[in-house]
Design a protein around this ligand. Structure first.
Ligand code: SAM
Length: 327
């Protein structure tokens, strides 16, 4: 065994149990050894929804998730804002900063547990992705690229302004504002943020690949999923795989990301695992995977998906081990 291998032996961490664990992924990652993970791939809370797990700010102003005074005057057409739109009050304007602070609570530990040269793929919302990028940069990561995942079924919810005026009985304004909408263009892509943990000074990426098994990306593997190795990924759902989670991602998309950045048997971590898509993709591609999920219902779904998933092209394989849990 070379000196380098000897140094690495304690960090191979084949002893880390794989599977999905019920518990807080921020705390769970803190318990993992240094430089033990080859890839972190996670669809983190975006901080823009109204589910408990997605509300990461301290804004309690009444207009945030109810109706603003102006909306109340407008009547039933604006029942709820639904999503926080910053700018209406100081508390609204603090939301992006608080999202940064939330990302900073785990970014340092992600940096510590990842191997040098290892990749992080984060699905982040378009509105606050920049805050997530800054938090990971401040934790030591290099921001490598922003990929775009094309969503084939993105709903378009921008309200027609003419309809608002029609309901108010203002026909003249309704005609003048024909064709105008309140809101955004159809959200046809989601950003995937690609970070690298810098490798040791004095080594090259080729040295790092030999020492830690990570660093470069596997273009040949990517070409099994897409025609061209572009940074726009058009990889959708299979007909039978939807309905496990409201923000579910396609298994094949996660497989492509895992195969870009890792080799078989390496360890993939997803601290916000949801219904376990990353873990299923890792299993399909013969990687080891550990996930954390705070909601027991999604943990159960992930366990079921893992026990019925099959190796690519192979027979269905049942997960024999008892899945460890944090409680
Ligand atoms: C965006 S969803 C991931 C969905 C996933 N891509 C899928 O395909 O099922 C994020 C998940 O993180 C979970 N979550 C939020 N905060 C968490 C925490 N601190 N620890 C572990 N899981 C958490 C939520 O319950 C939610 O299921």
């Amino acid at each position: 065994m070379s000196k380098e291998d000897e140094k690495l032996a304690p960090y191979l961490c084949e002893s880390i149990p794989t599977g999905i664990r019920l518990g807080d992924g921020i705390v769970g990652v803190r318990e993992l050894p240094n430089s033990s993970v080859h890839l972190i791939a996670s669809d983190i809370p975006y901080g823009i929804g109204t589910d408990d797990w997605d509300v990461l700010h301290r804004n309690t102003n009444s207009a945030l998730l109810g109706s603003s005074p102006a909306q109340k005057r407008a009547g039933a057409i604006f029942k709820k804002r639904g999503k926080p739109i910053n700018g209406w009050s100081n508390a609204d304007r603090l939301i992006p900063k608080q999202y940064y602070e939330w990302c900073a609570t785990w970014a340092k530990d992600w940096f510590r547990v990842l191997k040098p040269g290892g990749t992080v793929f984060i699905f982040a919302g378009r509105r606050y992705a920049h805050r997530c990028i800054c938090a990971l940069e401040d934790a030591g990561f290099s921001f490598k690229d922003m990929l775009a995942w094309l969503r084939d079924r993105a709903p378009h919810r921008a309200q027609r302004l003419s309809v608002v005026f029609e309901r108010r009985g203002d026909i003249e304004a309704a005609e003048r504002w024909q064709g105008w909408r309140v809101g955004n263009l159809r959200p046809a892509f989601e950003p995937i943020l690609w970070f690298i943990k810098p490798y040791r000074i004095g080594t090259t990426i080729a040295d790092n690949a030999l020492i830690h098994g990570v660093g470069p990306y596997n273009e040949a593997a990517l070409r099994r999923y897409v025609k061209r190795p572009d940074n726009i990924l058009d990889i959708g759902f299979m007909p039978s795989e939807v309905g496990f989670h409201p923000t579910q991602k396609p298994v094949r998309l996660m497989q492509a990301l895992i195969e870009i950045a890792t080799q078989p048997k390496q360890l993939v971590l997803d601290p916000f695992a949801g219904s376990g898509t990353t873990l299923v993709a890792a299993k399909n591609t013969d990687r080891r995977a550990l996930g954390f999920e705070i909601n027991p219902d999604y943990v159960r779904i992930a366990e079921q998906r893992l026990s019925s998933c099959r190796k690519a092209g192979g027979k269905p394989k049942v997960l024999a081990e008892t899945i460890p849990r944090l409680s």
